[in-house]
Design a protein around this ligand. Structure first.
Ligand SMILES: Nc1ncnc2c1ncn2[C@@H]1O[C@H](COP(=O)(O)OP(=O)(O)O)[C@@H](O)[C@H]1O
Ligand SMILES: [Mg+2]
Length: 353
């Protein structure tokens, strides 16, 4: 190449090593705005893939006009710092980029950090706050309305009889919601305190089934327990909470004449607890999301059954706090199956030897 300038001096090897170890992305541009170097983090963040970036125009490598424009301005002497959203095949990344001119008109340096995760957290937090506010505002407005009616009728006995039980019902729901929220908050902060002891999942299941028996009879649904003993290291109260949530869901979604089956089984190194029903099932598209906070499949129906969509996220947190996993399976219209797998109690594992 006929260039009047001498080639740039080779970078010190330690500097190269430092650049490639950095978790911030660094791209240098020459004075024409072409890429003269990109470290590993930059290749990752900007998804350069296997393409050789050196000598290419930035816009050829990174499909962002904002970035291209700011980079050109930096080459021209104006620095910039801002956010660059990058939409790739599956995801949108949010990068914070600083574009700095190199003194003396020698090009520019782009410094990028990936703040996608921070943005997601921020959005989750926002969604969470609005869901909670909504869940509390609805019952509060209806309580307000009922109390106003009672007051405006001068404590009319008929109005009292009609509205007080409903007020009580709404208050109970809110208390329940707040308790769930507290559980969830503790679990997510990793402060779910587990009282560890050797627990037989079969006895936990049997105890819970007993408490649900009257409700099941009322609904015309059979409750069945199968399998045998399975010991795990766990907190009996928390495990009971898991079973209560799963059985409560199953009963609420199973019409009269159906069956809810609870199966406990030991298997090598693990113990499984399966709750299966013959009810409405869960649509395929909703399945991956049902463990999310506040996710309910059909909002219009769930008002009736008073669900808030927190139950399964609590189940997940508790099962994971025990070192286990929970998964859901369903064929829409034919019922749903929830499977919890826990590591077996260590004392039970020690037997052979
Ligand atoms: N056994 C089941 N059969 C059908 N749908 C279910 C079942 N269990 C859970 N779901 C769906 O998953 C959603 C989330 O469950 P959950 O977190 O327990 O919330 P909630 O019970 O308060 O609605 C429910 O609203 C329901 O749509
Ligand atoms: Mg539930």
């Amino acid at each position: 190449m006929a260039s009047s300038q001498p080639p740039p001096a080779p970078l010190d090897a330690r500097f190269d090593q430092l650049l490639s170890a950095l978790t911030v992305g660094i791209i240098t541009l020459d004075k024409r705005g072409h890429v003269s170097s990109a470290n590993a983090a930059a290749a990752d963040m900007f998804e350069l893939g296997a393409r050789e970036p050196i000598g290419r125009a930035l816009i050829e490598l990174v499909p962002s006009f904002v970035l291209d424009q700011r980079a050109r301005e930096a080459v021209g002497g104006r620095s910039w710092r801002g956010q660059v959203p990058l939409t790739a095949t599956h995801t949108t990344r949010m990068l914070t980029v600083t574009a700095l001119p190199v003194e003396g008109g020698g090009g520019a340096i782009l410094i990028a950090s990936d703040e996608t995760r921070l943005h997601e957290l921020e959005r989750n937090r926002h969604d969470f706050v609005s869901s909670v506010s909504h869940e509390l505002r609805t019952p509060l407005s209806s309580i307000n309305l009922m109390i106003e009616t009672i007051l405006s009728t001068g404590f009319d006995p008929d109005a009292l009889e009609m509205f007080l039980p409903r007020v009580k019902h709404e208050v109970d729901r809110m208390v329940h919601l707040v308790e769930d929220l507290l559980d969830l908050a503790r679990a997510e902060a990793g402060r779910l305190r587990l009282r560890r002891e050797v627990v037989n999942l079969a006895s936990v299941a049997a105890n819970i089934l007993k408490t649900f028996e009257p409700k099941a009879q009322q609904l015309g649904v059979s409750l069945v327990q199968q399998g045998g003993d399975a010991q795990i290291d766990g907190d009996p109260d928390r495990l009971a909470q898991v079973v209560v949530n799963l059985v409560d869901n199953a009963l609420r979604h199973t019409p009269a004449g159906g069956t809810v089956t609870l199966e406990v089984a030991p298997s090598e190194g693990a113990s499984t607890l399966v709750v299966r029903d013959t009810g409405a099932g869960i649509p395929y598209n909703d399945l991956p999301r049902i463990f999310e906070r506040f996710y309910v499949v059909d909002r219009s129906r769930s008002r009736e059954s008073a669900g808030t969509g927190l139950g399964l996220s609590i189940v997940k947190q508790i099962v994971e706090a025990h070192g286990g996993t929970v998964t859901a399976d369903s064929e829409f219209g034919l019922g749903a199956t929830f499977r919890c797998v826990f590591p077996s109690a260590r004392s039970a594992l020690r037997e052979p030897r």
